[in-house]
Design a binder for this molecule. Structure first.
Ligand SMILES: NC(=O)c1ccc[n+]([C@@H]2O[C@H](COP(=O)([O-])OP(=O)(O)OC[C@H]3O[C@@H](n4cnc5c(N)ncnc54)[C@H](OP(=O)(O)O)[C@@H]3O)[C@@H](O)[C@H]2O)c1
Length: 343
């Protein structure tokens, strides 16, 4: 029998992507969909792209009781609001995959600095597993709460972790230049995302320290067993979806780095290390749950690594379903595509 699921925040960009994928998933069945300002409406009235079985469902409010039969809850809500819903779902005995930042920081001080909030539920944070699936499978399988990684951190940590673990790269002041399509900022209206503001224009934001820099440093340090610092500058670009991170690295024996990455991900369906010297592009991962990684040694001590994901898939809803598959013992690729929607 299918596992019954709920999505809170179903009307946002990540929520809509969860509906699209889960309605086609053979092992999960959507039972409960909730929203905030759009509660009470039909899904098809709010999400014109959804025409599957969920289209006729009515959106509950995000604080409405979740049916007893629901075993798994996806929370696709803004941070702070997500924490309250996650706590309620855990207290009701559900397993949770949270797409927000609320349970991503094992180090509470990092959460407080990045989000300017005191963490409301430290005990639940202690149970949370940071769900960078390729590096946390056994912990994801065992937990009731997966903190799905941020999109920028996913694009950076996948290439960085094996290189840090090799001890051949310098961990201090790693320079990361990232670009994101505007769906990364969510669906709620913002002046700086209006067509006239964003079209034919490119802007850096989040300086001096974007929230995701804390997340990258915390988990790169944890996995690399070395104190990592990053200089991370994100940019928003006039593109709907897609994310590209260019990582400038120094160290030694750069000619070995491609082999290190290739071996680390040789058996990973969703991480694709390109041949030496080839660089990825966002168009080739759009609509897929893949992370494409290219590596270009510049000389013996310096290299540039470029990584691409679809921010709504491997950067959010795709990785959330990958984690849910692991939690419930399904094949990790179930309901997810390695192929892009291309061109
Ligand atoms: N977009 C990405 O690429 C991406 C990637 C990784 C992680 N994330 C994270 O995933 C979460 C959802 O992101 P998104 O881009 O899908 O956001 P979004 O498009 O802005 O959608 C937000 C959703 O949350 C609901 N909501 C808004 N305020 C709420 C509140 N105070 N209480 C309860 N529900 C509320 C909205 O409902 P109504 O529509 O009914 O108002 C909507 O369903 C965020 O934490 C985000 O940081 C996003």
């Amino acid at each position: 029998m299918a596992i019954s699921v709920a999505i809170l925040g179903a009307t946002g960009y990540t929520g809509a992507e969860l509906i699209r994928l889960l309605d086609a998933h053979p092992e999960f069945e959507i039972e409960h969909l909730a929203a905030h300002s759009q509660a009470g409406k039909r899904v098809s009235d709010v999400l014109p792209g959804i025409a599957s079985i969920s289209a006729d469902k009515t959106l509950a409010t995000s604080d409405a009781a979740i049916p007893d039969s629901v075993q798994l809850v996806f929370t696709a809500l803004p941070h702070a609001a997500a924490a309250q819903s996650v706590k309620a779902a855990l207290d009701a005995g559900k397993r949770v995959v949270d797409l927000s930042a609320d349970f991503r920081h094992a180090n509470l001080q990092n959460y407080e600095q990045a989000y300017g909030l005191k963490h409301p539920f430290p005990a639940e944070q202690e149970q949370a597993v940071y769900g960078l699936t390729e590096h946390a499978r056994s912990q994801v399988a065992a937990t009731n709460l997966v903190a799905n990684p941020g999109c920028y951190p996913t694009s950076v940590l996948l290439p960085l972790i094996p290189l840090l673990q090799s001890t051949l790269v310098q961990a201090k002041s790693i320079v990361i230049d990232s670009k994101s399509g505007t769906s990364g900022a969510g669906r709620s209206p913002k002046t700086e995302l209006l067509y006239c503001e964003i079209n034919e224009s490119l802007a850096a934001y989040g300086l001096p320290k974007h929230r995701h820099a804390w997340e990258m440093e915390e988990w790169a340090t944890s996995y690399g067993a070395i104190d990592v610092s990053v200089r991370f500058v994100p940019h928003i670009i006039p593109m709907t979806r897609g994310m590209l991170s260019t990582i400038h690295l120094s160290g030694e024996k750069t000619s070995l780095w491609h082999e290190i990455l290739s071996k680390a991900y040789a058996n990973e369906p969703f991480v694709n290390v390109l041949p030496v010297g080839k660089v990825p592009n966002t168009g080739a991962v759009k609509g897929s749950n893949r992370c494409d990684i290219g590596i270009m040694p510049l000389n013996d001590t310096e290299a540039v690594v470029v990584s691409c994901i679809d921010n709504l898939l491997k950067g959010a809803s795709g990785q959330a379903i990958q984690n849910a598959n692991v939690m419930f013992g399904f094949a990790e690729t179930t309901g997810l595509s390695v192929n892009a929607s291309w061109p």
